[in-house]
Design a binder for this molecule. Structure first.
Ligand code: AMP
Ligand code: GLY
Length: 431
């Protein structure tokens, strides 16, 4: 690997990208790091530059202007828009799949077709563009039934319908009222899978990969998994529902056929592959693929990489990563999200954010929705304002550390879940 240190540019503005920034700031491979567009918390640590991250030409121009050697792309939008294609064509290293690979997330219809063609375990499904034939399929099947807008819908395009009336309402919303715009031009009618969900993130370099510890996100706003869905109120890793046996099946039945399928389809996949699985009584099945790190899962996974994540991303971007090159560290990590007043409904912004003068051992803060005012003070600017991340030898230790630090961050009206990781703590016999 060439030894000249890198000028890195990170694209994105959430907690995931702040975690990536922290990894860059700690990395001996990095000469300088900038973020576009970034947020208030990131601006405390690095230069943040305005950009439309989903405009490939604008990203290439910015990367050239700041002399970036490596661009790390956080969210799916820019990947689906072909930002990595444009950067690579301009001779700039980029971490993340090209647009052809990003379709695994950008089109659920494409993804389902890919899974079925390559005989990868997943729920049976069919794709429809109008209500009547979709309803016919619903009537022929069982309830609950899962209805999915095919395109990107910021995690909101999935409805689990308990009866025909709910299914019809959802189909009309998606296909006729276009509540998800063009993302609902195609709708999947999918069999409901019973089981426990987990996420498995891989750093993929064609047929080589690093599998990060399995994680679990907490999507509902309320404790005990109640209330509306959110972008994620917390996460932890490793998730014990993915036992060594399940992990072995995931590698053999899901990961290896997926990487072989991508190659067979002529897709040069280099970047994160997020495999959402359901651990069903018949074994692990794919719920979805995402083509980037989860947010907030990224914040708990980077600290568990045994080595320098930047070196990992660089070698993947160069197409040079080998499966044996890096591993994961023992221990556990957790993130508790402090959400703004009103989240996930009407989010109040502009509340002052008070940060502690210092943080205890093993604890870090990642900003997801903060803004820096001209006077240098920080205020809330989004739903998931802050994440308190902690590592520990065990999840119980990590959770104790994180929850002890939560009250030291002062955000008026904010709320958080007190039960992040509870499922695993029960499994561990620690709660
Ligand atoms: P997706 O955007 O495809 O991940 O769907 C969002 C969420 O809906 C998933 O995280 C699951 O909790 C749930 N879900 C999606 N598809 C299914 C399915 N076939 N069976 C059960 N739950 C599902
Ligand atoms: N935390 C779920 C996601 O990033 O899609």
């Amino acid at each position: 690997m060439p030894s000249a240190p890198l000028n890195v540019l990170i694209l994105g503005s959430g907690g995931r990208e702040h975690a990536l920034l922290k990894a860059c700031l700690r990395s001996p491979r990095v000469a300088s790091v900038r973020v576009a567009p970034g947020n208030g918390g990131m601006a405390l640590e690095a230069e943040c530059l305005p950009v439309d991250a989903s405009d490939p030409a604008a990203v290439v121009a910015l990367a050239r202007r700041v002399g970036a050697d490596l661009v790390i792309v956080g969210p799916e939008g820019p990947l689906a828009a072909g930002v990595v294609d444009a950067l690579e064509d301009a001779g700039i290293l980029a971490y993340g799949p090209r647009a052809a690979g990003a379709r695994l997330e950008a089109s659920k219809a494409f993804c389902k077709d890919f899974l079925l063609r390559h005989r990868i375990p997943t729920a049976a499904a069919a794709t429809f563009t109008s209500v009547a034939p979709a309803l016919e399929r619903v009537r022929a099947g069982r309830f609950p039934v899962v209805l999915k807008a095919s395109g990107l819908a910021a995690g909101k395009g999935v409805v689990i319908a308990r009866d025909l009336a709910e299914a019809e309402a959802a189909l009309r919303d998606m296909l006729e009222a276009k509540v998800f715009g063009a993302s609902g031009d195609e709708v999947l009618v999918e069999e409901f899978m019973e089981g426990e969900e987990a996420s498995i993130m891989l750093v993929v370099c064609r047929d080589q990969y690093l599998m990060l510890p399995a994680s679990q996100d907490h999507k509902r706003v309320g404790e005990g998994d109640t209330g509306p869905n959110t972008g994620g109120m917390g996460a932890y890793a490793p998730a014990g529902v993915v036992t060594p046996e399940v992990e072995a099946r995931v590698r053999r039945e899901i990961v290896e056929p997926t990487l072989a399928g991508l190659a067979a389809d002529g897709i040069d996949y280099r970047g994160t592959l997020y495999v959402g699985i359901m651990v069903t009584p018949e074994g692990p099945k794919v719920v979805e693929f995402n083509v980037r790190f989860g947010d907030p899962e990224c914040q708990v996974l980077l600290p568990l990489v045994d080595g320098d994540p930047v070196e990992l991303f660089e070698s993947v971007a160069r197409g040079a990563y080998r499966s044996s090159q890096m591993g994961v560290r023992p221990g556990a990590a957790i993130i508790v999200i402090l959400a703004a007043h009103g989240y996930p409904a009407t989010v109040r912004t502009g509340d002052p954010v008070g940060l502690p003068a210092s943080l205890p051992e093993g604890v870090d803060l990642v900003h997801g929705g903060t803004k820096r005012l001209p006077d240098g003070s920080l205020v809330t600017s989004g739903g998931r304002v802050m994440g308190v991340v902690a590592r520990g030898a065990t999840l119980a230790e990590a959770a104790r550390r994180a929850y002890a630090a939560v009250p030291t961050v002062r955000i008026p009206g904010s709320h958080h879940r007190r039960d992040i990781g509870a499922r695993q703590l029960r499994r561990d016999g620690a709660a």
